[in-house]
Design a protein around this ligand. Sequence first.
Ligand code: GTP
Ligand code: MG
Length: 471
Amino acid sequence: MAIKKNQLEQWIGHGHKDCVLLFSFSIDGGTASAFHNKCNNQGPTVTVIHNEHKSVYGGYANQSWTSCNGDVTDQQAFLYQLQFSGAIKCNKFPVSNHSWALYDNANCGPIFGRSMHDLWIFCSATKTGGFYNLDGHMDGFGTNYNVNGKKATEVNNGTKCVEELEIVVGICARHAVPKAMEEKPWRKTSQWSQKKMLEDIASLKPVFELGVTDFRIAMFGPLGGGKSSCVNTLLSTFSGRISQRASTGCGRTGTITSYTPYPLKSSSGSSSNIRVYGTPGFTEASGLDMIDFYHILEGHVCDHFMFHPSAHITWKSEKFVQKPTMNHRIHCGVIVIDASTVDALTDENTSKLKALKSLMDEKGIPCVVLLTKIDKVAPELEDNWKTTFKDPKVKECVDKAATAIGISRNNVHPVKNYEIEVEVDEDLNVLSLLALRQIIHLSMDHMENVKLREDGNAVSESAEAVGSDTA
Ligand SMILES: Nc1nc2c(ncn2[C@@H]2O[C@H](COP(=O)(O)OP(=O)(O)OP(=O)(O)O)[C@@H](O)[C@H]2O)c(=O)[nH]1
Ligand SMILES: [Mg+2]
């Protein structure tokens, strides 16, 4: 069925798109399961409803449907009408409450807007006499979308009887970056779901036998690389709102900073067993040195320790932890680098980073690189962060950072921190969560290795003890 494609293309932006029909009542039937089977994980979609009074209306979702059973943030979603009672009537109703833009429920078709629902179309549409009866409603029309005072009845004629419903893909923003989308990803990601990744991470626990209560992750890196912003992005991802607990934007030496533990907690306050620490930025010639790195990694530096720019950490420092346990130690060191500066990572100015990486290798502590500010390297990604792993410019940065620091490429993670945004974005969260999940996996590997070593020591000590008893 023809839809007013040009008008929709103009509202979505980014030029011409090719349409692919994913789902329709007439071909697939009116069940929620058929809708999710056909439309899940397909990227942006347009839902088009044709009712019995020759009105055409619907909604655009820039985020995929996934059956995640929750709210989906979407800054580009909109509702629209193209025709009313047979007459052309083109109105776009942009989303006003981004975090409640979509409600994705496995038992229902597309739902736009939470609470009363601006447009809840159907859970099950039954066919009678050539028409489909919708069981949804538009009672909350204008709650989460800006409808300019228009009433739902001026869009849907107050009827739930529709001739057809179509869901189209390809008429979408993903064509805004066709090159990136058409290319094969240089890194495969099996799932792109914030909910699933948060669940995965919540299921990971420190090795109990070592008496470790929390994963301790420390961020190191050059001045202004984005360490504090990475901490804030993770805090925001977990809490579901922009958090700015770690102070950012300093980018200079000479300030006293605190070694603050930031536990990652969900919005309900439940803790994740993960504590993230930022450390003061350094240059090749100033700031933290190898002894400082050693003391931090080994757990000699207690929570809320004050880093003084002109003083290094020694065993005489205030609150120096003399005998750190596995619970004080850092379980994964994260080097944070600004992606837009990777070209400057030449041999002369990476010696400290390489030495830090070697120190971690020596101690058996895993190392991960977070490559921040990818928006500066590949601004086109702003339209669709899901294509990050298809972007050749980002890949080039990953390759360069890996070579400069001497780390394998799968331990280099591109991320974009919250910087201009005032609301969280699920795709940005997923980028950070992909990195965090790997950080936690590597921390667990590290703990398993320590445990194996301790078990081995215990076995050889008891063998020695038996040997000396019997001697
Ligand atoms: N565009 C953009 N800016 C970012 C990103 N991450 C951080 N920034 C900005 O970069 C600047 C430095 O970020 P910080 O997080 O303070 O960096 P830092 O490594 O903690 O800095 P120091 O602690 O001073 O070494 C801030 O102005 C941030 O807003 C990003 O992903 N994209
Ligand atoms: Mg900082």
